[in-house]
Design a protein around this ligand. Sequence first.
Ligand code: SAH
Length: 257
Amino acid sequence: MSEEMKCPATVFFVGSGPGDPELITVKGMKLLKEAEVVVYAGSLVRERVLDFCGNSPEVYNSASMSLAEIVSIMIEAAKSGKKVVRLHTGDPSLYGALREQAEALEKEGIPYGIVPGVSSAFASAAALKRELTLPGVTQTVIFTRLEGRTPVPESERLSALAAHGATICIFLSVAMMDEVVSELSKGYAPEVPVAVVYRASWEDEMVVKGTLADIAAKVRDAGITRQAMIIVGRAIGDGPVERSRLYDPGFKHGYRK
Ligand code: SAH
């Protein structure tokens, strides 16, 4: 018997985007339309994306569930032939405990697919109207976080990452702003631009801009303690911009001879 016959339905892990329901992909929206079972993290995924459901699915909020409970819902539903969507906030490949859920499905021989989403890092860059990779400044973006319950390897301490001078997007850390600043200060000058974007793409999105020297106080004054992205690096500043080679008339490439 083929895998497909054993389990007719595929479970889809779908990135629901950063908050604005229109920032889900067309593919993700179509899967929600068809879904018979939807599992979502109520604390992070905006419930408004559930409006795309068109099949009156059973909906589970995973916020208070253990991993075992979440996967057993998905496994049982898939085995009974139901179309399952597991919604993740932003993109599923970042800080989403995706791997452990996927492995549990693999163990049961349940096929699954992953549909990417717009990460909050990109929604935050859009809110700032900034390019994260800026010619003459940096060609590198680092996604990281401060240590919380999940440990971060010693070699990835913010102070070590700061030494690269790249753009750094810091997830899950705005509640520890003082520590973020003290770690970054070991590699960046006090005047390096830092921005904090609260709920990028939501109606109540808030952008706080400053420098390493004053951002912690500004974030405290704004009362932001959660659901925010910290972006640091010269690329997000207002400094002069070097022209990109891509549109340089002297630069020939495959599409411009
Ligand atoms: N997979 C998600 C990240 C999940 S971790 C993604 O790709 O965006 C949760 C963290 O993401 C939050 O602590 C916060 O740092 C960030 N985050 C999620 N949604 C956000 C939003 N709309 N605006 C700013 N930061 C957000």
